[in-house]
Structures are given as structure tokens and as C-alpha cells.
Design a protein around this ligand. Structure first.
Ligand code: PMP
Length: 301
């Protein structure tokens, strides 16, 4: 491909990708309804646009147009019985010779999709280690921006946790308080209360976290505390779980060698939340239909 003929220029996804933002979104097959449903598509698309705007890139689509585009892409797949991941991302249009993409650069939007395997209801668990790399300072690079550049810290934490025999890292902020994992938020259960770090601790405003807290309050009658969380609270928690689009609800059974609960299986509240989340995303219940985007069936070929 001659350099000048490239329609998506290689230089716009090289060093210029320091300015690029993305989303990870799920669509779930509903056995109950025999259809595919996008989960909270509009909230994800709005967060993508917000990340781009905070980085002074200018997308030419609104959230509704992006939701419609994602649904159209999924409708072109033969999705019967499958769950499809959706990866919208935005990056600087044009050619760029350096990382300092200027303010006001138009943003290209691409949407990819591929099949994923949901782990909901499989009894999966994980182990955690407090990362020896602290979380990036949200005052220097806002945690609310889902930009690729924020993920290098996460990558270092992953490698560090795995080298120490754990599945996922837990990052502490500059004050030594808990923030999140590399691609998911964290919550703990203590004395029947659900506790999670507040946004000011430096965490992404997770759509799964928002969903689970609504379900915890509405379906399980639990109260949710959003506040700074000390490292020691992890070690003494009754239950801990990670939450995020990809992580879904992922129970943790060990942190830094401290067993959580029986050290082997998910606690009762985590299991109940996972089950509510399953019923919501798979459209078993119709109570949360406002969060679901129905995807039209693919044309039969
Ligand atoms: N924190 C980080 C750093 C993430 O990458 C993600 C995944 N998007 C989350 C939290 C969870 O966010 P969400 O529930 O919106 O997927």
C-alpha cells in the first residue's frame, strides 16, 4: 500500500495512539428470548465520546449513531447462540509525525467485534496480589479517561502479579488506598455491606460497577459504601470480587496469601450478585430492558 493512499494511516495508530480511546462492550445471547442483546451500549458509547473529548479529539458521531452502528455490525453476523464482544475505538484522523496530536483533531471511529466466552455461572475464581507498581496518579492522567495510554501501568501490574503467582493485580494509589485492578474494578463484602473505592481514589467509572450496585440495592436489598478503602480491609474482607465488562463478576479467593472466605469458593453475596447480573445481561428478566439494545437477526444466507 503506497504511503499516501492509506485510508487509515499507519502513523495514526503508531505513536499517535497515545491519544486514542476505546471501549469494551458485551452483547449476550438470550436463550429466553431467542435474540442477541447489547448491554448498556449507549453508556459505553457516551463514555467513548467523553474520553475523546477530554483528549480534545473531535468525533463526528453522537452516541445514538454509534449504538446504531454497533447494532448494524452485530446484525451482519450469524450470532444465533453466540455472545459477541464489541470494541469501539477512536483515534486521530490523518497522518501524525509525533505523539503530540493537536487539539481539535477529528477522531476516526472503528468498531470491531468477535466472539467471546462468558464465564457467568461457571464457578470461576481468581487470586489477587497488591501490585508493586502503584496506580498512575489520576491527577496526571485521569482514570475516568479510557485511553490506551492509561493501560501500560495495568500491563506492568499484570506481569508483576503473575510473576508472584497471582491472577490479577490490585493497585494502590499514592495514599496507599485501594483503587482497581488492571481491567476491572474491585468490591469487598464486610458484615453484609458492599464496599468499593470511590471515583476520587482513581478508578474508571465502570458501567459494570454501576450495574451491580443497582442490582445489589434493588434485588438484594444491600447497602453500598463508596469511599476510600484501606489495603488492610482487603485482607480482612468476608468476600471480594472483581467486576467489569470482561471480568463480569469474578470472585477472588486469596489476596497476598490471605484466604478470603473459605479460600476456595465465591461467597454467598458474590454468587447472588453474579446470578442477578446473568439474568440481567441475558434478558431472563425484563426489569432492566432499558439497558438492553436488541440486535436484529442476521439475514439467512
Ligand atoms: N477499570 C479498568 C481499568 C478497566 O479497563 C475496566 C474495563 N473497561 C473497568 C475498570 C471496568 O469497566 P466497565 O465495567 O465499564 O467495563
Amino acid at each position: 500500500m503506497p504511503w499516501e493512499e492509506a485510508t487509515i494511516h499507519i502513523s495514526s495508530v503508531g505513536h499517535a495512539s497515545v491519544s486514542a480511546a476505546f471501549e469494551g462492550v458485551h452483547s449476550y445471547w438470550s436463550e429466553t428470548r431467542g435474540a442477541l442483546y447489547g448491554f448498556r451500549f449507549r453508556d459505553h458509547m457516551q463514555r467513548l465520546l467523553d474520553s475523546l473529548r477530554l483528549g480534545r479529539l473531535e468525533p463526528e458521531f453522537d452516541a445514538d449513531a454509534l449504538v446504531a452502528a454497533a447494532a448494524e455490525l452485530l446484525a451482519s453476523w450469524d450470532s444465533r447462540g453466540k455472545d459477541l464482544y464489541v470494541r469501539p475505538w477512536g483515534f486521530a484522523r490523518g497522518t501524525h509525525k509525533e505523539q503530540m496530536v493537536p487539539r481539535g483533531t477529528p477522531a476516526e471511529i472503528a468498531i470491531e467485534t468477535w466472539e467471546f466466552e462468558s464465564k457467568l455461572g461457571r464457578g470461576r475464581t481468581c487470586t489477587l496480589a497488591v501490585s508493586s507498581w502503584p496506580r498512575f496518579n489520576p491527577g496526571a492522567s485521569p482514570a475516568s479517561m479510557k485511553v490506551f495510554s492509561n493501560y501500560h501501568n495495568g500491563r506492568l501490574g499484570n506481569i508483576d502479579a503473575q510473576a508472584r503467582g497471582a491472577d490479577w493485580p490490585v493497585f494502590l494509589n499514592g495514599a496507599g488506598n485501594v483503587t482497581e485492578s488492571s481491567g476491572s474494578c474491585i468490591a469487598l463484602v464486610k458484615g453484609g455491606r458492599l464496599i468499593t473505592p470511590d471515583l476520587a481514589s482513581g478508578v474508571l467509572d465502570s458501567i459494570t460497577r454501576n450495574t451491580l450496585f443497582r442490582l445489589a440495592e434493588d434485588e438484594l436489598g444491600l447497602s453500598v459504601e463508596t469511599r476510600p478503602v484501606e489495603r488492610t480491609e482487603l485482607y480482612l474482607a468476608d468476600e471480594i470480587f472483581l467486576m467489569g465488562t470482561a471480568a463480569e463478576v469474578l470472585p477472588a479467593v486469596e489476596v497476598d496469601g490471605f484466604p478470603i472466605g473459605d479460600g476456595k469458593t465465591a461467597g454467598a453475596i458474590t454468587q447472588a450478585l453474579e446470578s442477578c447480573y446473568h439474568d440481567t445481561v441475558r434478558a431472563v428478566t425484563d426489569k432492566y430492558d432499558a439497558w438492553l439494545t436488541p440486535v436484529p437477526a442476521a439475514p439467512t444466507r
